[in-house]
Design a protein around this ligand. Structure first.
Ligand code: HEC
Ligand code: HEC
Length: 248
């Protein structure tokens, strides 16, 4: 097998296409939905492959990585993905942004104490469930540790309205007829918007909408100032430990 070394600076693709923070969030969402099942939240679940440290065996440039994402790697389990250049690029920009923030990963807390805070002081079960225990108002967190990394989890606790985790922000569209539909934003382009609501994925022509946009506030309260740094670290460690039903 040909071994490539990473030759170009991390910013090449980012600079060329100038991915915004919002594009990188889209890339993060695409990664979670499309890639994490095989590659894991930390990009290291496929043996010999490490997607989040800025070095790729089979690609020397960001555009090369984007091409792998789109075309797959024939003869291996890496499938092709029907993504646009921009979408593939936004995933690469996301992988780069994770590599750049490496070192800021927390999760140095105590899992058992974190679980106690989750079920007690934090009252997280008012809205979330873990393995069928708790409420379904918010997303089920049974495998949150398999799809989100510690810094993202910490941000979702401190700043639920923040920019980084657009994944779960409620998106709202109002049709010309006045019907209001809210759900999770799956994708959007110049002409269409795709939402996931209780009925499943739905697509809307923008031309037929009176309004569309994120609902500004998350129903989730911020825990900034409500938990000590240690409690926060414990809670994040507990969330990181939630990797689905089978592994618990
Ligand atoms: C069905 C499982 C599967 C899915 C889904 C998948 N991959 Fe892969 N991917 C693999 C496997 C297995 C390899 C290793 C192939 C090999 O080299 O033998 C791989 C290799 C790669 C490589 C090459 C790594 C390197 O060091 O050169 C990149 C980049 C990559 N995947 C990115 C992605 C991205 C981004 C997504 C989501 C859009 C994705 N993959 C989705 C299984 C998957
Ligand atoms: C009043 C309801 C409510 C409470 C209480 C609440 N959450 Fe949430 N939470 C939500 C909703 C709704 C979302 C999805 C929207 C968002 O991300 O803000 C969410 C999102 C999250 C996410 C991001 C999920 C993802 O897929 O990235 C995490 C992690 C999370 N909550 C953890 C917690 C923890 C831990 C607690 C307790 C300390 C808690 N939440 C308390 C409603 C709540």
């Amino acid at each position: 097998m040909k071994v490539w070394t990473f030759a170009l600076s991390a910013g090449v693709l980012l600079a060329q296409h100038s991915f915004t923070r919002a594009d990188i969030e889209d890339g993060s969402r695409l990664y979670s939905n499309t890639c994490a099942a095989c590659h894991g939240a930390n990009g290291d679940r496929v043996s010999g492959v490490d997607l989040m440290h800025g070095r790729f065996r089979r690609a020397a440039t960001d555009d090369g990585v984007a091409a792998i994402i789109q075309k797959g790697i024939p003869g291996t389990a890496m499938p092709p993905h029907a993504l646009t250049d921009f979408q593939a690029g936004s995933i690469v920009a996301y992988l780069r942004s994770v590599a750049a923030e490496a070192g800021s990963v927390s999760g140095t807390g105590d899992v058992a104490r974190g679980k106690a805070i989750f079920e007690g002081k934090g009252a997280c079960q008012t809205c979330h469930s873990v393995r069928n225990s708790g409420s379904l108002v918010g997303p089920d967190l049974t495998d949150i540790g398999a799809i989100r990394r510690a810094p993202q989890l910490e941000r979702s606790l401190l700043d639920p309205d923040g920019e980084i985790l657009a994944q779960n922000r409620t998106y709202r569209v109002v049709t010309r007829e006045g019907t209001v539909i809210t759900g999770r934003l799956l994708n959007h382009d110049v002409f269409t918007i795709q939402l996931m609501d209780a009925q499943g994925p739905r697509s809307f022509q923008k031309a037929n909408l009176k309004e569309s946009g994120f609902v500004e506030k998350s129903p989730m309260p911020s825990y900034q100032g409500k938990l000590s740094a240690q409690e926060l670290a414990d809670l994040v460690s507990y969330l990181v430990s939630l990797k689905g039903i089978q592994t618990q």
